[in-house]
Ligand binder design. Structure first.
Ligand SMILES: NC(=O)c1ccc[n+]([C@@H]2O[C@H](COP(=O)([O-])OP(=O)(O)OC[C@H]3O[C@@H](n4cnc5c(N)ncnc54)[C@H](OP(=O)(O)O)[C@@H]3O)[C@@H](O)[C@H]2O)c1
Length: 331
């Protein structure tokens, strides 16, 4: 017997497999079981990542050897799965976006709080030492007052068009899939609710946002972002402050150094000083796994508290509303 937290993984898709690798690299977690809609898929997963295969989500959620469930189902199922895990008394790490909108996020959080279980949204980058260091730099005033976050996350998907990412009713499109990373970054920097949001998009398929660009006003702080599921963008982020800036060339994966610079980049005679840092050395997902174990009794993660999840869901709702983007068929 060891004292590691016993994890179950819900679903067997791409990120579920990636999470199993993170679990193996974590200090505190152990993979115990996987649940799939089909026993065949659970068994194939368990052949690659040894664990108990469960031929239904229900079996995994109620498995007596599972303490915490990592939810890796499509966006539109997160609310249902969070509530089912909470009712079964399991701790929860749910993939992003947390749910489809603010009301469903409220319902899911209420279920977790009533059950007294841990609950967090799995924006894995938030839990890395690089993010901790950047937050400390901002708080210490190293770039003055943060005023603008510029961020982009976009890729040309190679997945078949039958993927849930390309179905509007499933919460498909760029904003929910990857624009949500940009929104959470700005919320993390400004740490307050947005007051105004505006999103413009190019649609594809059944009307999901294939490429989009938006602005969010946090009151004395702005986010300008782009996202896409059918276009390769130069993914990155810069946090501009009144006294300097922090460039994050790979803000979503933290596998390259971030750079803190002072001095005008636009004045040829100005002295520009730059320092670079890279502190994320372990598997990216291991950090969030260890953060869950560390904070399980407090019910949520300080790196990404549920208030921040709720604010982000509200901002995503406002962005969609500004663009007339609805998940409801016929709207
Ligand atoms: N944090 C990150 O780095 C990251 C990266 C990628 C994705 N994500 C998030 O993780 C979630 C899953 O993404 P993914 O890329 O792993 O997706 P995926 O490869 O398509 O896998 C999704 C899995 O969900 C299950 N599922 C249940 N109902 C389904 C349905 N109607 N259609 C398709 N699959 C269904 C399937 O597992 P079974 O057949 O076993 O039931 C499927 O393998 C999304 O919410 C996404 O935003 C996060």
């Amino acid at each position: 017997m060891d004292s590691k937290l016993r994890w179950g993984i819900l679903a067997t898709g791409k990120i579920a497999r990636r999470f199993a690798v993170g679990l193996a690299a974590s200090e505190t977690g152990r993979l115990v079981a996987v649940g799939s809609r089909t026993l065949e898929s659970a068994e194939a997963f368990a052949a690659d990542y040894p664990c108990i295969p469960c031929g239904s989500y229900d079996k995994l959620i109620h498995h007596p050897e599972v303490d915490a469930v990592y939810i890796a189902t499509p966006h539109s199922q997160h609310e249902r799965d969070i509530i089912a895990c909470a009712r079964a008394g399991k701790h929860i790490l749910s993939e992003k976006p947390f749910t489809l909108d603010f009301p469903s996020a409220q319902r899911a959080i209420e279920a977790a709080r009533s059950a007294g279980v841990f609950c967090a949204e799995a924006f894995m980058c938030r839990f890395t030492p690089d993010y901790v260091a950047i937050r400390d730099l901002i708080r210490s005033g190293r770039i003055g007052e943060p005023k603008l976050v510029r961020a982009s996350f976009g890729f040309a998907s190679k997945r078949g068009t039958d993927n849930f990412r390309f179905v509007r009713a499933e919460g498909g499109g760029g904003l929910m899939d990857v624009g949500s990373y940009c929104v959470q970054l700005a919320d993390w920097v400004f740490n307050r609710p947005a007051v105004r949001s505006c999103y413009a998009m190019e649609t594809a398929g059944d009307g999901y946002d294939a490429v989009g660009s938006g602005t969010v006003d946090y009151g004395n702080g702005l986010l300008s972002f782009s996202c896409a599921v059918h276009l390769e963008l130069v993914n990155g982020a810069t946090i501009f402050g009144t006294e300097g800036r922090i460039e994050m060339p790979r803000p979503w994966f933290c596998d390259q150094p971030f750079v803190v610079s002072h001095g005008s980049p636009n004045d040829p005679s100005a002295v520009v000083t730059s320092e670079s840092f890279h502190l994320t050395t372990n598997d990216l997902y291991a950090y969030e796994i260890d953060a869950v174990a560390r904070q399980i009794s407090s019910g949520e993660a300080t790196e990404h508290p549920l208030t921040s999840t709720l604010r982000n869901m509200q901002t995503l709702d406002a962005l969609r509303e500004s663009a007339g983007l609805s998940f409801m068929p016929g709207h």
